[in-house]
Design a protein around this ligand. Structure first.
Ligand code: GRF
Length: 216
């Protein structure tokens, strides 16, 4: 069983999807710690309800990114964590931390990376007038929203969409994509070679492009 920590800052709906996924009997990973950078993150309640140990490392208590990341690292090591999922974790991690956890640290971003990195993603997608958006689960690199993609899911963009409509459609896709990526990794099927992800048993890159219907 791979011991996973999920790092959050807010709502925690992706945490909820991961908690549900690992509760299935044959899932080869367990969420051993939920760590929040804000004491009032709604996601903490999801963890508590599921009986998962929680910790709060309030970024306001630290005067540098380095000090914050060191505290984070201490907590993760003390809890014997082997793998980290960032799920709406709104802190930029230092190069040192990212290097230490290289290929054991993943994130979900609400766009089809490498397009639309950064914040206000859905507004910028609508402004660009593209027909598809989606989400990407990727290994973390020091540059924001960079790193080899593990799973992507595409959703349509409709002409009448508001940013909230699109965000809700993408979020549903996120809740499929993140558990799938974690499962593939925990099964030991994911390798990074030359900064590209190879998935054992996948015959084409499309094997792990999810296209959930609006109803799913
Ligand atoms: C998600 O849209 C995720 O892609 C982005 O932050 C949001 C977090 O939402 N990184 P939640 O806290 O998981 O509900």
């Amino acid at each position: 069983m791979m011991r996973v920590a999920v790092l959050i800052t807010g709502r925690g709906s992706n945490l909820g999807a991961l908690v549900e996924a690992v509760s299935v009997k044959d899932f080869p990973a367990e969420i051993a710690l939920v760590l929040s950078s804000k004491p009032d993150a709604a996601g903490l309640e999801i963890a508590e309800k599921a009986g998962i140990p929680t910790a709060i490392i309030d970024h306001n208590d630290f005067d540098s990114r380095t000090a914050f990341d060191e505290a984070l690292n201490e907590h993760l090591e003390a809890a014997d964590i082997q793998f980290i999922c960032l799920a709406g974790f709104m802190r930029i991690l230092t190069e040192e931390f990212v290097g230490k956890w290289r290929d054991r640290l993943i994130n979900i971003h609400p766009s089809l990376l490498p397009s639309f990195k950064g914040r206000n993603t859905h507004e910028r997608v609508l402004h660009a007038g593209v027909c598809f958006s989606g989400c990407t689960v990727h290994f973390v690199r020091p540059e924001m929203d960079e790193g080899p993609a593990i799973v992507q899911a595409a959703v349509p963009v409709h002409a009448e969409d508001s940013a909230d409509d699109l965000a809700a459609r993408v979020l549903k896709a996120e809740h499929h994509a993140y558990p799938l990526a974690l499962r593939l990794i925990a099964e030991g099927r994911v390798r990074v070679i030359d900064e590209k992800v190879h998935i054992e048993g996948a015959h084409s890159p499309g094997d792990y492009l999810l296209n959930p219907t609006e109803e799913s």
